[in-house]
Design a protein around this ligand. Structure first.
Ligand SMILES: NC(=O)c1ccc[n+]([C@@H]2O[C@H](COP(=O)([O-])OP(=O)(O)OC[C@H]3O[C@@H](n4cnc5c(N)ncnc54)[C@H](OP(=O)(O)O)[C@@H]3O)[C@@H](O)[C@H]2O)c1
Length: 246
């Protein structure tokens, strides 16, 4: 598939895991890809080399998205490095185990800055290019439920869900803004396939997905010129379960 030929994509958190799959996926579809990383310099460089070896075009860029001044400057730096950006995939995120009763205010700020405000700042700078483009925000299926184990993360993704729809309206007609809400796809770092198998019962399909499911959703959204403001749940139907605040 070469549907993204001639386009340039910036993928935040693109060095590892789902971000790397998304960077590889858009590159395989023909896009030139700029892989953003924070700590994973070596993984980002290795992925860029792999994409280049396979005939694609890739380079890397570092930024700490917890620093909102740095986040606000990233699109400008990216444009200076590779030219206009056509696709922005906001995948970088933190996922900390914090309950509501133990939640320190600093943790709310940190999650909001990295998971919500940074994607919004990137999106606004992206829109200032005044050209056609497409943004995909990575959410979480539990925006439709209550993730009581990761409350600051949950709050941050809920706000990004709302921002996806706000930005779809604000940036129309030139820029489409959509989201992907994965469910059980990759085990968190330190957990293995047993983690996914143990939780598969929690969705109607009683299954877990993989990175390719998320990449397919992204390619669909990037190729669908009449779709904006959508959240695509890639979650075995988990979002249909009505257990909110049970
Ligand atoms: N994995 C799943 O099954 C799943 C399920 C639901 C939702 N999601 C969502 O899908 C997206 C990708 O998931 P994932 O599991 O691949 O994510 P992840 O491994 O938790 O994190 C992705 C990247 O975010 C970057 N990051 C963290 N803090 C940063 C900071 N201060 N500045 C810049 N970058 C920072 C890290 O980059 P460096 O390594 O370079 O530091 C990290 O590699 C996330 O938004 C996640 O919430 C994933």
């Amino acid at each position: 598939m070469q549907g993204l030929n001639g386009r340039t994509a910036l993928v935040t958190g693109g060095a590892k895991r789902l971000g790397a799959a998304l960077a590889g996926g858009v590159a395989a579809a023909g896009a030139r890809v700029l892989i953003h990383y924070h700590h994973s310099h070596d993984e980002a460089e290795e992925l860029a080399s792999l994409i280049i070896d396979e005939g694609g075009d890739a380079s890397v860029i570092e930024a700490d998205l917890a620093d909102l001044v740095v986040a606000d400057a990233l699109i400008g730096r990216a444009i200076a490095q590779v030219g206009p950006i056509d696709i922005l995939i906001n995948s970088a995120s933190i996922f900390q185990e914090v309950s509501f009763l133990e939640m320190p205010p600093d943790s709310i700020h940190e999650n909001m800055n990295i998971n919500t405000i940074a994607p919004m700042l990137l999106a606004r700078r992206f829109a200032e290019q005044h050209q056609k483009g497409s943004i995909i925000n990575l959410l979480d299926t539990l925006v439709m439920d209550y993730d009581k184990l990761h409350v600051p993360y949950h709050l941050s993704k809920r706000m990004l869900h709302t921002l996806t729809r706000i930005m779809a309206v604000e940036f129309a007609p030139y820029i489409r803004v959509n989201a992907i809400a994965p469910g059980l796809v990759l085990p968190p770092p330190g957990k293995d396939i047993d983690y996914l198998e143990g939780l598969a019962h929690s969705n109607p399909l009683q299954a877990y997905g993989n990175a390719a499911d998320v990449v397919n959703a992204a390619l669909y959204l990037l190729g669908s010129s009449f779709v904006t403001g959508q959240t695509m749940f890639v979650d075995g139907g988990r979002h249909l379960r009505g257990s909110m605040y049970e």
